[in-house]
Design a binder for this molecule. Structure first.
Ligand SMILES: Nc1ncnc2c1ncn2[C@@H]1O[C@H](COP(=O)(O)OP(=O)(O)OP(=O)(O)O)[C@@H](O)[C@H]1O
Length: 516
Protein backbone atom coordinates (compact mmCIF):
# COMPACT_ATOMS: atom_id res chain seq x y z
CA UNK A 1 0.00 0.00 0.00
CA UNK A 2 1.19 3.43 -0.85
CA UNK A 3 2.08 5.26 2.31
CA UNK A 4 2.85 8.48 0.59
CA UNK A 5 1.04 11.57 1.61
CA UNK A 6 0.13 14.32 -0.77
CA UNK A 7 3.08 16.31 -1.93
CA UNK A 8 4.22 18.84 0.54
CA UNK A 9 3.34 22.33 -0.41
CA UNK A 10 5.39 25.34 0.41
CA UNK A 11 2.34 27.42 0.98
CA UNK A 12 -1.13 26.81 2.22
CA UNK A 13 -3.78 25.91 -0.30
CA UNK A 14 -5.63 28.91 -1.54
CA UNK A 15 -8.67 29.83 0.43
CA UNK A 16 -7.24 28.59 3.70
CA UNK A 17 -8.20 30.67 6.67
CA UNK A 18 -5.53 32.88 8.15
CA UNK A 19 -3.41 31.50 10.95
CA UNK A 20 -4.17 32.34 14.52
CA UNK A 21 -1.30 34.63 15.22
CA UNK A 22 -1.92 34.83 18.91
CA UNK A 23 1.09 35.04 21.22
CA UNK A 24 3.43 33.85 18.53
CA UNK A 25 6.45 35.53 19.97
CA UNK A 26 5.89 34.75 23.59
CA UNK A 27 7.92 31.95 25.09
CA UNK A 28 5.74 30.29 27.66
CA UNK A 29 7.25 29.60 31.02
CA UNK A 30 8.31 26.10 31.99
CA UNK A 31 7.69 26.81 35.63
CA UNK A 32 4.51 25.19 36.88
CA UNK A 33 4.21 27.99 39.45
CA UNK A 34 3.45 30.37 36.60
CA UNK A 35 0.22 28.51 35.92
CA UNK A 36 -2.74 28.87 38.19
CA UNK A 37 -4.30 25.50 37.47
CA UNK A 38 -7.92 24.94 38.36
CA UNK A 39 -7.29 21.49 39.74
CA UNK A 40 -10.73 21.16 41.28
CA UNK A 41 -12.57 21.20 37.98
CA UNK A 42 -10.88 19.36 35.11
CA UNK A 43 -12.30 20.28 31.72
CA UNK A 44 -11.67 16.94 30.07
CA UNK A 45 -10.24 13.49 30.31
CA UNK A 46 -8.29 11.66 27.64
CA UNK A 47 -6.86 8.18 27.55
CA UNK A 48 -3.56 9.36 28.87
CA UNK A 49 -4.27 12.78 30.21
CA UNK A 50 -6.39 15.09 32.27
CA UNK A 51 -7.04 18.56 30.92
CA UNK A 52 -7.42 21.58 33.20
CA UNK A 53 -8.25 25.21 32.70
CA UNK A 54 -5.53 27.49 34.00
CA UNK A 55 -4.46 31.09 34.07
CA UNK A 56 -1.00 31.77 32.76
CA UNK A 57 0.07 34.38 35.27
CA UNK A 58 2.75 36.30 33.34
CA UNK A 59 0.16 37.23 30.69
CA UNK A 60 -2.94 36.82 32.83
CA UNK A 61 -4.26 34.63 30.07
CA UNK A 62 -6.59 31.67 30.27
CA UNK A 63 -5.06 28.53 28.82
CA UNK A 64 -5.70 24.80 28.83
CA UNK A 65 -3.12 22.56 30.46
CA UNK A 66 -3.03 18.92 29.52
CA UNK A 67 -1.29 16.88 32.17
CA UNK A 68 0.15 13.51 31.34
CA UNK A 69 1.55 11.26 34.03
CA UNK A 70 4.86 10.09 32.63
CA UNK A 71 5.12 7.26 35.13
CA UNK A 72 2.97 5.27 32.77
CA UNK A 73 5.27 5.64 29.81
CA UNK A 74 8.63 4.44 28.63
CA UNK A 75 11.54 6.81 28.24
CA UNK A 76 11.58 6.61 24.46
CA UNK A 77 7.88 7.31 24.30
CA UNK A 78 8.32 10.34 26.49
CA UNK A 79 11.00 11.66 24.17
CA UNK A 80 8.68 10.98 21.31
CA UNK A 81 5.79 12.91 22.75
CA UNK A 82 8.05 15.84 23.53
CA UNK A 83 9.24 15.91 19.94
CA UNK A 84 5.67 15.74 18.72
CA UNK A 85 4.69 18.50 21.08
CA UNK A 86 7.45 20.67 19.72
CA UNK A 87 6.18 19.90 16.25
CA UNK A 88 2.69 20.95 17.26
CA UNK A 89 4.05 24.23 18.49
CA UNK A 90 5.07 24.94 14.90
CA UNK A 91 1.56 24.53 13.63
CA UNK A 92 0.01 27.84 12.84
CA UNK A 93 -3.08 26.94 10.96
CA UNK A 94 -6.34 28.42 12.19
CA UNK A 95 -7.89 24.98 12.35
CA UNK A 96 -5.10 23.08 14.09
CA UNK A 97 -4.67 23.52 17.82
CA UNK A 98 -1.41 25.24 18.57
CA UNK A 99 0.80 24.18 21.47
CA UNK A 100 2.06 27.21 23.38
CA UNK A 101 4.63 25.28 25.32
CA UNK A 102 5.34 22.16 27.31
CA UNK A 103 7.43 21.19 30.29
CA UNK A 104 8.00 18.41 32.75
CA UNK A 105 7.43 18.92 36.43
CA UNK A 106 8.18 16.00 38.70
CA UNK A 107 6.76 13.08 36.79
CA UNK A 108 4.14 15.05 34.89
CA UNK A 109 4.29 16.42 31.38
CA UNK A 110 2.32 19.64 31.03
CA UNK A 111 1.22 20.73 27.58
CA UNK A 112 -0.12 24.26 27.35
CA UNK A 113 -2.59 25.10 24.60
CA UNK A 114 -5.19 27.76 23.91
CA UNK A 115 -8.28 27.40 26.04
CA UNK A 116 -11.10 26.37 23.74
CA UNK A 117 -13.98 27.59 25.77
CA UNK A 118 -16.76 25.60 24.12
CA UNK A 119 -14.91 22.31 24.52
CA UNK A 120 -14.98 19.49 22.03
CA UNK A 121 -17.83 18.74 19.63
CA UNK A 122 -18.32 15.52 21.53
CA UNK A 123 -18.63 17.46 24.72
CA UNK A 124 -21.10 19.91 23.17
CA UNK A 125 -23.24 17.05 21.90
CA UNK A 126 -23.25 15.33 25.29
CA UNK A 127 -24.20 18.58 26.97
CA UNK A 128 -26.88 19.91 24.65
CA UNK A 129 -27.28 17.89 21.43
CA UNK A 130 -27.32 14.20 22.34
CA UNK A 131 -28.94 13.22 19.03
CA UNK A 132 -26.56 15.15 16.84
CA UNK A 133 -26.52 18.50 15.07
CA UNK A 134 -28.44 19.91 12.13
CA UNK A 135 -26.85 19.58 8.71
CA UNK A 136 -25.80 23.23 8.33
CA UNK A 137 -24.05 23.08 11.67
CA UNK A 138 -22.30 19.85 10.77
CA UNK A 139 -21.14 21.29 7.45
CA UNK A 140 -19.81 24.38 9.23
CA UNK A 141 -17.91 22.26 11.75
CA UNK A 142 -16.61 19.72 9.26
CA UNK A 143 -15.44 22.25 6.71
CA UNK A 144 -13.15 23.83 9.26
CA UNK A 145 -11.92 20.46 10.48
CA UNK A 146 -11.25 19.40 6.92
CA UNK A 147 -9.21 22.52 6.27
CA UNK A 148 -7.07 21.63 9.28
CA UNK A 149 -6.73 18.07 8.08
CA UNK A 150 -5.82 19.21 4.59
CA UNK A 151 -3.09 21.37 6.11
CA UNK A 152 -1.66 18.46 8.09
CA UNK A 153 -1.77 16.11 5.12
CA UNK A 154 -0.17 18.62 2.79
CA UNK A 155 2.63 18.89 5.30
CA UNK A 156 3.15 15.16 5.39
CA UNK A 157 1.36 14.38 8.63
CA UNK A 158 -1.32 11.93 9.55
CA UNK A 159 -3.49 12.91 12.49
CA UNK A 160 -4.54 9.36 13.39
CA UNK A 161 -7.15 10.27 15.96
CA UNK A 162 -9.81 12.29 14.16
CA UNK A 163 -13.04 12.19 16.16
CA UNK A 164 -15.58 14.63 17.59
CA UNK A 165 -13.68 14.55 20.90
CA UNK A 166 -10.70 16.03 19.09
CA UNK A 167 -12.60 18.80 17.32
CA UNK A 168 -12.34 21.68 19.75
CA UNK A 169 -14.56 24.74 19.43
CA UNK A 170 -13.62 28.24 20.52
CA UNK A 171 -16.01 30.95 21.64
CA UNK A 172 -15.96 32.59 18.20
CA UNK A 173 -17.05 29.39 16.48
CA UNK A 174 -13.60 28.32 15.27
CA UNK A 175 -13.14 24.58 15.08
CA UNK A 176 -9.62 23.26 15.67
CA UNK A 177 -8.19 19.80 15.28
CA UNK A 178 -6.59 18.81 18.55
CA UNK A 179 -4.44 16.02 19.89
CA UNK A 180 -2.45 15.81 16.70
CA UNK A 181 0.65 13.78 17.36
CA UNK A 182 0.49 13.52 21.11
CA UNK A 183 -1.85 10.62 21.37
CA UNK A 184 -0.20 8.76 18.54
CA UNK A 185 3.21 9.25 20.08
CA UNK A 186 2.03 7.89 23.34
CA UNK A 187 0.43 4.96 21.73
CA UNK A 188 2.79 4.03 19.00
CA UNK A 189 5.51 1.61 19.81
CA UNK A 190 8.42 3.96 20.16
CA UNK A 191 10.88 1.14 19.92
CA UNK A 192 12.65 1.36 16.60
CA UNK A 193 13.26 -2.33 16.52
CA UNK A 194 10.02 -3.78 17.74
CA UNK A 195 6.79 -4.53 16.04
CA UNK A 196 6.09 -1.86 13.49
CA UNK A 197 2.87 -0.21 12.77
CA UNK A 198 1.26 -1.04 16.04
CA UNK A 199 -1.35 1.57 16.59
CA UNK A 200 -3.57 2.54 19.39
CA UNK A 201 -6.67 4.34 18.52
CA UNK A 202 -10.26 4.50 19.46
CA UNK A 203 -11.71 1.52 17.62
CA UNK A 204 -14.96 3.11 16.48
CA UNK A 205 -13.05 5.67 14.40
CA UNK A 206 -10.28 3.39 13.26
CA UNK A 207 -9.94 2.61 9.55
CA UNK A 208 -10.11 -1.07 8.58
CA UNK A 209 -6.59 -1.04 7.16
CA UNK A 210 -5.30 0.21 10.51
CA UNK A 211 -7.15 -2.56 12.30
CA UNK A 212 -5.80 -5.11 9.88
CA UNK A 213 -2.35 -3.77 10.26
CA UNK A 214 -2.09 -3.73 6.54
CA UNK A 215 -0.23 -0.43 6.44
CA UNK A 216 -1.97 2.86 6.27
CA UNK A 217 -1.54 6.36 5.04
CA UNK A 218 -3.30 9.69 5.33
CA UNK A 219 -6.47 8.12 3.94
CA UNK A 220 -6.95 6.51 7.36
CA UNK A 221 -7.79 10.02 8.58
CA UNK A 222 -10.45 10.31 5.87
CA UNK A 223 -12.14 7.16 7.17
CA UNK A 224 -12.07 8.59 10.70
CA UNK A 225 -13.44 11.83 9.29
CA UNK A 226 -16.37 9.90 7.77
CA UNK A 227 -17.03 8.21 11.10
CA UNK A 228 -16.84 11.61 12.80
CA UNK A 229 -19.44 12.91 10.33
CA UNK A 230 -21.78 10.10 11.37
CA UNK A 231 -21.02 10.88 15.00
CA UNK A 232 -22.05 14.50 14.53
CA UNK A 233 -25.27 13.39 12.82
CA UNK A 234 -26.35 10.82 15.38
CA UNK A 235 -24.60 11.76 18.61
CA UNK A 236 -22.44 8.66 18.61
CA UNK A 237 -19.95 6.89 16.40
CA UNK A 238 -21.37 3.76 14.76
CA UNK A 239 -21.00 0.68 16.98
CA UNK A 240 -20.25 2.90 19.99
CA UNK A 241 -22.33 0.64 22.18
CA UNK A 242 -20.36 -2.45 21.25
CA UNK A 243 -17.37 -3.72 23.17
CA UNK A 244 -14.18 -2.63 21.40
CA UNK A 245 -13.31 -5.97 19.93
CA UNK A 246 -16.75 -6.36 18.49
CA UNK A 247 -16.32 -2.96 16.86
CA UNK A 248 -13.18 -4.25 15.20
CA UNK A 249 -14.83 -7.47 14.12
CA UNK A 250 -17.88 -5.72 12.69
CA UNK A 251 -15.81 -3.05 10.94
CA UNK A 252 -13.66 -5.67 9.28
CA UNK A 253 -16.39 -8.10 8.32
CA UNK A 254 -19.41 -5.96 7.46
CA UNK A 255 -20.19 -3.27 4.94
CA UNK A 256 -18.99 0.19 5.99
CA UNK A 257 -21.42 2.14 8.15
CA UNK A 258 -23.56 4.70 6.39
CA UNK A 259 -26.05 7.43 7.22
CA UNK A 260 -29.51 6.04 7.76
CA UNK A 261 -31.48 9.13 6.85
CA UNK A 262 -34.73 7.63 8.09
CA UNK A 263 -33.62 7.08 11.65
CA UNK A 264 -31.98 10.38 12.56
CA UNK A 265 -33.56 13.12 14.61
CA UNK A 266 -32.64 15.79 12.07
CA UNK A 267 -33.30 15.52 8.36
CA UNK A 268 -30.20 15.09 6.26
CA UNK A 269 -29.69 15.39 2.52
CA UNK A 270 -28.50 12.73 0.11
CA UNK A 271 -25.54 15.00 -0.52
CA UNK A 272 -24.43 14.60 3.09
CA UNK A 273 -24.84 10.84 2.91
CA UNK A 274 -22.86 10.79 -0.32
CA UNK A 275 -20.01 12.72 1.26
CA UNK A 276 -19.89 10.26 4.16
CA UNK A 277 -20.01 7.25 1.86
CA UNK A 278 -17.04 8.62 -0.09
CA UNK A 279 -15.01 8.69 3.13
CA UNK A 280 -16.05 5.24 4.23
CA UNK A 281 -14.78 3.16 1.36
CA UNK A 282 -13.00 0.14 2.75
CA UNK A 283 -10.44 0.54 0.00
CA UNK A 284 -8.43 3.58 1.09
CA UNK A 285 -7.43 4.39 -2.49
CA UNK A 286 -11.09 5.06 -3.26
CA UNK A 287 -11.39 7.65 -0.51
CA UNK A 288 -10.85 11.25 -1.61
CA UNK A 289 -8.08 13.43 -0.24
CA UNK A 290 -9.02 16.16 2.19
CA UNK A 291 -8.52 18.73 -0.55
CA UNK A 292 -10.80 16.86 -2.92
CA UNK A 293 -13.39 16.39 -0.23
CA UNK A 294 -13.47 20.12 0.43
CA UNK A 295 -14.90 20.63 -3.04
CA UNK A 296 -17.79 18.24 -2.34
CA UNK A 297 -21.20 19.99 -2.75
CA UNK A 298 -22.01 19.18 0.89
CA UNK A 299 -19.72 22.00 2.01
CA UNK A 300 -21.70 24.56 0.04
CA UNK A 301 -24.14 24.74 2.95
CA UNK A 302 -21.33 25.50 5.41
CA UNK A 303 -21.74 28.91 7.04
CA UNK A 304 -19.32 31.35 8.56
CA UNK A 305 -17.96 30.24 11.91
CA UNK A 306 -20.05 32.74 13.89
CA UNK A 307 -23.07 30.71 12.78
CA UNK A 308 -21.94 28.17 15.39
CA UNK A 309 -21.98 30.86 18.06
CA UNK A 310 -25.62 31.69 17.52
CA UNK A 311 -26.76 28.13 16.88
CA UNK A 312 -24.94 26.00 19.43
CA UNK A 313 -22.60 27.95 21.69
CA UNK A 314 -24.81 30.62 23.16
CA UNK A 315 -26.50 28.67 25.89
CA UNK A 316 -23.78 26.22 26.74
CA UNK A 317 -22.68 26.11 30.38
CA UNK A 318 -19.01 26.89 30.98
CA UNK A 319 -16.68 23.91 30.48
CA UNK A 320 -15.89 23.56 34.17
CA UNK A 321 -19.56 23.25 35.01
CA UNK A 322 -20.39 20.50 32.57
CA UNK A 323 -20.77 16.99 33.82
CA UNK A 324 -17.76 14.99 32.71
CA UNK A 325 -18.17 11.34 32.93
CA UNK A 326 -15.10 9.52 34.11
CA UNK A 327 -14.93 6.48 31.93
CA UNK A 328 -14.01 3.37 33.83
CA UNK A 329 -12.20 1.35 31.28
CA UNK A 330 -11.35 -2.28 31.01
CA UNK A 331 -8.02 -2.96 32.61
CA UNK A 332 -6.57 -5.36 30.11
CA UNK A 333 -3.11 -6.61 30.75
CA UNK A 334 -1.03 -9.28 29.24
CA UNK A 335 1.29 -10.77 31.78
CA UNK A 336 4.40 -12.13 30.21
CA UNK A 337 3.88 -15.70 29.21
CA UNK A 338 0.82 -16.18 31.34
CA UNK A 339 -2.58 -14.77 30.58
CA UNK A 340 -4.60 -12.05 29.05
CA UNK A 341 -6.55 -10.72 31.96
CA UNK A 342 -9.33 -8.37 31.36
CA UNK A 343 -12.08 -6.94 33.40
CA UNK A 344 -15.11 -5.72 31.58
CA UNK A 345 -16.37 -2.34 32.57
CA UNK A 346 -19.92 -1.74 33.58
CA UNK A 347 -20.82 -0.32 30.20
CA UNK A 348 -19.63 -3.41 28.37
CA UNK A 349 -20.30 -6.15 30.83
CA UNK A 350 -21.26 -8.46 28.04
CA UNK A 351 -18.74 -11.15 28.39
CA UNK A 352 -20.01 -13.53 25.76
CA UNK A 353 -20.09 -10.72 23.28
CA UNK A 354 -16.56 -9.74 24.14
CA UNK A 355 -15.22 -13.26 23.92
CA UNK A 356 -17.03 -13.97 20.69
CA UNK A 357 -15.68 -10.79 19.28
CA UNK A 358 -12.14 -11.78 20.08
CA UNK A 359 -12.61 -15.11 18.43
CA UNK A 360 -14.49 -13.83 15.43
CA UNK A 361 -12.14 -10.98 14.87
CA UNK A 362 -9.26 -13.40 14.59
CA UNK A 363 -10.98 -16.31 12.90
CA UNK A 364 -9.59 -17.04 9.50
CA UNK A 365 -7.12 -14.19 9.71
CA UNK A 366 -3.87 -14.87 7.94
CA UNK A 367 -0.85 -15.32 10.09
CA UNK A 368 0.44 -12.07 11.44
CA UNK A 369 -2.84 -10.32 10.91
CA UNK A 370 -4.59 -11.22 14.09
CA UNK A 371 -6.22 -8.52 16.07
CA UNK A 372 -4.85 -8.02 19.52
CA UNK A 373 -5.81 -5.62 22.17
CA UNK A 374 -4.37 -3.80 25.06
CA UNK A 375 -5.60 -1.28 27.50
CA UNK A 376 -4.45 2.24 27.51
CA UNK A 377 -3.25 2.27 31.02
CA UNK A 378 -1.61 -0.40 33.06
CA UNK A 379 -2.39 1.18 36.36
CA UNK A 380 -5.19 -0.75 37.98
CA UNK A 381 -5.09 1.51 40.97
CA UNK A 382 -7.49 3.96 39.45
CA UNK A 383 -8.09 6.91 41.67
CA UNK A 384 -11.46 8.50 41.46
CA UNK A 385 -10.68 11.71 43.24
CA UNK A 386 -10.62 14.45 40.67
CA UNK A 387 -9.47 17.15 43.01
CA UNK A 388 -5.73 16.77 42.77
CA UNK A 389 -3.46 17.69 39.93
CA UNK A 390 -1.74 14.39 40.47
CA UNK A 391 -4.79 12.42 39.39
CA UNK A 392 -4.42 9.26 37.42
CA UNK A 393 -6.23 9.59 34.12
CA UNK A 394 -9.37 7.52 33.95
CA UNK A 395 -9.26 4.44 31.84
CA UNK A 396 -10.69 5.11 28.46
CA UNK A 397 -11.35 3.12 25.40
CA UNK A 398 -8.28 3.11 23.22
CA UNK A 399 -7.07 -0.19 21.98
CA UNK A 400 -3.99 -1.38 20.32
CA UNK A 401 -4.11 -3.29 17.13
CA UNK A 402 -0.94 -4.96 16.12
CA UNK A 403 0.67 -7.86 14.41
CA UNK A 404 0.03 -11.07 16.22
CA UNK A 405 2.67 -11.83 18.74
CA UNK A 406 2.25 -15.50 18.21
CA UNK A 407 1.96 -17.76 15.26
CA UNK A 408 -1.49 -19.01 14.62
CA UNK A 409 -1.16 -22.30 16.44
CA UNK A 410 0.38 -20.89 19.56
CA UNK A 411 -2.44 -20.47 22.00
CA UNK A 412 -3.01 -17.56 24.29
CA UNK A 413 -4.71 -17.81 27.61
CA UNK A 414 -7.70 -15.76 28.39
CA UNK A 415 -9.22 -15.37 31.77
CA UNK A 416 -11.78 -12.98 33.05
CA UNK A 417 -11.19 -12.86 36.76
CA UNK A 418 -13.71 -10.25 37.65
CA UNK A 419 -16.60 -12.13 36.20
CA UNK A 420 -15.38 -15.66 36.81
CA UNK A 421 -15.34 -16.74 33.27
CA UNK A 422 -12.71 -18.33 31.13
CA UNK A 423 -12.61 -18.49 27.40
CA UNK A 424 -12.45 -21.96 26.05
CA UNK A 425 -11.74 -22.56 22.41
CA UNK A 426 -10.58 -25.34 20.20
CA UNK A 427 -6.87 -26.05 19.93
CA UNK A 428 -6.96 -24.93 16.31
CA UNK A 429 -8.16 -21.54 17.30
CA UNK A 430 -5.63 -18.79 17.68
CA UNK A 431 -6.95 -18.23 21.18
CA UNK A 432 -7.01 -20.97 23.74
CA UNK A 433 -6.89 -21.28 27.49
CA UNK A 434 -4.97 -24.52 27.38
CA UNK A 435 -1.43 -23.21 27.33
CA UNK A 436 0.32 -20.00 28.05
CA UNK A 437 1.71 -18.20 25.06
CA UNK A 438 5.20 -19.28 24.44
CA UNK A 439 7.57 -17.04 22.59
CA UNK A 440 5.78 -16.36 19.42
CA UNK A 441 6.41 -15.34 15.91
CA UNK A 442 6.13 -11.76 14.95
CA UNK A 443 5.66 -10.96 11.35
CA UNK A 444 7.53 -7.79 11.49
CA UNK A 445 6.27 -4.96 9.43
CA UNK A 446 7.28 -1.37 9.29
CA UNK A 447 5.70 1.89 8.45
CA UNK A 448 6.47 2.56 4.86
CA UNK A 449 8.19 5.50 3.49
CA UNK A 450 7.39 6.13 -0.13
CA UNK A 451 8.95 3.45 -2.27
CA UNK A 452 9.51 1.02 0.55
CA UNK A 453 6.51 -1.11 -0.14
CA UNK A 454 8.37 -4.08 -1.51
CA UNK A 455 10.96 -4.02 1.20
CA UNK A 456 8.21 -3.92 3.76
CA UNK A 457 6.36 -6.81 2.17
CA UNK A 458 9.51 -8.83 2.24
CA UNK A 459 9.98 -8.08 5.90
CA UNK A 460 6.45 -9.06 6.67
CA UNK A 461 7.15 -12.52 5.38
CA UNK A 462 10.05 -13.00 7.73
CA UNK A 463 9.00 -14.33 11.07
CA UNK A 464 10.95 -12.97 13.96
CA UNK A 465 11.19 -14.91 17.16
CA UNK A 466 10.09 -12.65 19.87
CA UNK A 467 7.54 -12.24 22.52
CA UNK A 468 5.29 -9.31 22.86
CA UNK A 469 4.42 -8.06 26.27
CA UNK A 470 1.69 -5.54 26.65
CA UNK A 471 2.45 -2.94 29.17
CA UNK A 472 -0.16 -0.30 29.53
CA UNK A 473 -0.89 1.03 26.07
CA UNK A 474 2.47 0.10 24.66
CA UNK A 475 3.97 -2.93 23.12
CA UNK A 476 7.17 -4.09 24.71
CA UNK A 477 9.16 -6.55 22.73
CA UNK A 478 11.52 -9.14 24.05
CA UNK A 479 13.18 -11.65 21.84
CA UNK A 480 14.03 -15.21 22.69
CA UNK A 481 17.62 -14.87 21.81
CA UNK A 482 18.06 -11.66 23.80
CA UNK A 483 18.85 -9.89 20.61
CA UNK A 484 16.22 -7.36 21.20
CA UNK A 485 15.06 -6.05 24.46
CA UNK A 486 13.07 -3.14 25.69
CA UNK A 487 13.26 -2.80 29.38
CA UNK A 488 10.91 -0.77 31.45
CA UNK A 489 13.32 2.08 31.18
CA UNK A 490 12.94 1.56 27.50
CA UNK A 491 16.47 2.17 26.45
CA UNK A 492 18.13 -1.03 25.39
CA UNK A 493 17.82 -2.03 21.76
CA UNK A 494 20.20 -4.63 20.52
CA UNK A 495 18.37 -6.03 17.61
CA UNK A 496 20.28 -6.36 14.40
CA UNK A 497 17.10 -6.00 12.45
CA UNK A 498 17.13 -3.20 10.01
CA UNK A 499 13.90 -1.62 11.14
CA UNK A 500 12.48 1.65 10.01
CA UNK A 501 11.60 4.24 12.58
CA UNK A 502 7.94 4.64 13.34
CA UNK A 503 6.04 7.26 11.44
CA UNK A 504 6.15 9.80 14.16
CA UNK A 505 9.93 9.62 14.37
CA UNK A 506 10.20 10.21 10.68
CA UNK A 507 7.77 13.01 10.93
CA UNK A 508 9.28 14.70 13.88
CA UNK A 509 12.12 16.06 11.85
CA UNK A 510 9.80 17.67 9.43
CA UNK A 511 8.70 21.22 9.67
CA UNK A 512 5.19 22.29 9.11
CA UNK A 513 5.12 24.54 6.16
CA UNK A 514 2.76 26.84 4.52
CA UNK A 515 1.64 29.17 7.20
CA UNK A 516 -0.69 31.52 5.59
N1 LIG B 1 -7.41 23.15 24.74
C1 LIG B 1 -8.56 22.69 25.24
N2 LIG B 1 -9.55 23.53 25.55
C2 LIG B 1 -10.72 23.05 26.04
N3 LIG B 1 -10.98 21.76 26.25
C3 LIG B 1 -10.03 20.88 25.96
C4 LIG B 1 -8.76 21.29 25.45
N4 LIG B 1 -8.00 20.19 25.24
C5 LIG B 1 -8.76 19.15 25.60
N5 LIG B 1 -9.99 19.54 26.04
C6 LIG B 1 -11.07 18.69 26.54
O1 LIG B 1 -10.48 17.59 27.18
C7 LIG B 1 -10.90 16.39 26.56
C8 LIG B 1 -9.77 15.40 26.63
O2 LIG B 1 -8.74 15.85 25.80
P1 LIG B 1 -7.56 14.89 25.38
O3 LIG B 1 -6.90 15.51 24.22
O4 LIG B 1 -6.71 14.56 26.53
O5 LIG B 1 -8.25 13.56 25.13
P2 LIG B 1 -9.09 12.96 23.94
O6 LIG B 1 -8.49 13.37 22.65
O7 LIG B 1 -10.55 13.22 24.13
O8 LIG B 1 -8.88 11.49 24.26
P3 LIG B 1 -7.73 10.59 23.79
O9 LIG B 1 -6.46 11.04 24.44
O10 LIG B 1 -8.24 9.31 24.29
O11 LIG B 1 -7.70 10.72 22.30
C9 LIG B 1 -11.31 16.79 25.14
O12 LIG B 1 -12.22 15.88 24.59
C10 LIG B 1 -11.91 18.17 25.41
O13 LIG B 1 -13.26 18.02 25.84
Amino acid sequence: MDRTVPKRSSSMPSGSPPAANLLDDHIFSSNVEDYDINANSPIGYGASAIVYGAVYKPLNKKVAVKMIDLDFFERNQIDEVRRETQLMSLSKHANVLRVYGSFVNESKLFIVTPYMSAGSCSDIMKTAHPDGFEENIIATILKQALQGLDYLHKNGHIHRDVKAGNLLVDKDGSVLLADFGVSSSLTENGDRKGIRRTFVGTPCWMAPEVMEHAGYDYKADIWSFGITSLELATGNAPFAKYPPLKVIMVTLSKEPPTLDRESTKHKYTKTFKDMIDMCLHKDPTKRPSAEKLLSHPFYRVAKRKDYLVSKILQHLPPLEERPHKRVQQKPITYTKGVTWDFAVDSEHRDNDDQENSILQANEGKPEGKRVEFSDTNDNTDTKSDSSAVTNVPPKKSRFLVGDAATESKVPLSLSVPTISSTVSVTPQSPLSRSQPPSAGTNFVSNPLSPGEKDEQNAQRLQPQQSQEIRKGRFSVIESNGSKEKTSSSGSQHESDNNQRPPISKERSNEKLTGDP
